[in-house]
Ligand binder design. Structure first.
Ligand SMILES: Cc1cc2nc3c(=O)[nH]c(=O)nc-3n(C[C@H](O)[C@H](O)[C@H](O)COP(=O)(O)OP(=O)(O)OC[C@H]3O[C@@H](n4cnc5c(N)ncnc54)[C@H](O)[C@@H]3O)c2cc1C
Length: 319
């Protein structure tokens, strides 16, 4: 048996969430792990996947695949499933991964489960996966009985472990036609900042309690010392205190970091819908009745303008 992993890149690097997918695929112990990358990228960067458990890397090195065109990606991935005779396909859940996987599931008659949070239970010859549902509030167990199984894993659900292995890169000659590029990406607006919010392991978010954009320095300083991405509540981005791509919640980015720190955010249900999947939630709010405390693992009742700089200094001192 073999396992195929679809890996995505950003800014010339393999995405961390895709490396997590490689680790997951190797942990399945269901045969050799082959990774597939589409678009142009340095070979040395691709070889990194070997250090996370891939035995081989297929590279569809076609300039037209530099942008994630869903139809073309699905076509190439389906061809790779056929070539490798993979029975399990693993990928990171993402805005690109989900629609690509859904198309491939149709093409290959596969079962597809997304937002998977742990390794499958294969006892008794079955294949049961657990996935996060209701924005992280509950889990569903689903049995996969199809011959080919496609699993999209939730970001940060897998610990990134280096295996010390290496993998050779092989060119993958996918058959593509103009019809695969019926949709063209004509422009992209890039998120600013060192750490991308959807990929972040730690997020520091600010709400209306910060009073104005001029006070965001305390959020940025704390984020910097933690190597975190910055986020915000909806009204904050609506008022242009922060860019819209930082807006977290039901109508914004849904995050699943290991640590989410909410500063001056009340914890409305629409905000919680975007952060429920966080492993640990820390809330800093001056109102001890703020609803966010009910969802928090740790809470500090206090004024953000006193608490946050002290926390930042303490973290700096501890390093
Ligand atoms: C259809 C719909 C969709 C929505 N989608 C989203 C969404 O995706 N994301 C989202 O965030 N919201 C969303 N909202 C809005 C949501 O209902 C809340 O209004 C919003 O989350 C509140 O933002 P906030 O917590 O920053 O502000 P507030 O509710 O004003 O809360 C500010 C908090 O800061 C605290 N505070 C004040 N001063 C300090 C201080 N000095 N130190 C510490 N704490 C302080 C206060 O005690 C308070 O708890 C949506 C609403 C609707 C109707």
């Amino acid at each position: 048996m073999s396992v195929l992993v679809f890996i995505e890149g950003a800014d010339g690097s393999i995405k961390k969430s895709s490396l997590e997918a490689v680790v997951y695929a190797a942990s399945l112990q269901q045969g050799e792990v082959t990774a597939l990358y589409m678009g142009q990228i340095d070979q040395a960067e691709l070889e990194k996947a070997g250090n996370y458990g891939a035995a081989k890397i297929l590279h569809a090195n076609d300039e037209r695949l530099n942008n994630g065109v869903i139809q073309a990606y699905a076509n190439v991935l389906a061809q790779a499933v056929e070539k490798t005779a993979a029975k399990i396909v693993v990928l990171a859940k993402s805005a690109l991964g989900d629609p690509v996987a859904a198309r491939v599931a149709i093409k290959t008659n596969a079962g597809f489960v997304s937002n998977v949070t742990s390794l499958p239970d294969t006892s008794g010859g079955g294949f049961k996966v657990t996935r996060s549902i209701y924005t992280g509030k509950a889990f569903a167990t689903e049995e996969m009985t199809s011959d080919v199984k496609i699993i999209a894993i939730r970001k940060n659900a897998v610990e990134l472990k280096e295996s010390g292995g290496s993998a050779a890169v092989e060119v993958f000659d996918a058959q593509l036609s103009d019809a695969d590029f019926g949709v063209k990406i004509t422009g992209t607006e890039k998120q600013e900042g060192d750490v991308l919010l959807p990929e972040a392991e730690i997020v520091v978010s600010g709400g209306r309690g910060l009073k104005g954009p001029e006070n965001w320095g305390i959020i940025e300083d704390l984020a910097k010392v933690l190597g975190a991405a910055t986020g915000c509540s909806k009204p904050v981005s609506d008022m242009d205190w922060r860019p819209h791509h930082e807006h977290v919640g039901q109508t914004g980015v849904k995050v699943s970091p290991n640590l989410y720190i909410a500063v001056g955010i009340s914890g409305a249900i629409q905000h919680l819908a975007g952060v429920n999947a966080s492993k640990v939630i820390v809330v800093i709010n001056k109102d001890e009745e703020a609803p966010f405390f009910k969802a928090a693992d740790y809470g500090i009742v206090g004024d953000a303008f006193e608490v946050v700089p002290k926390l930042t200094e303490a973290l700096k001192a501890a390093r």
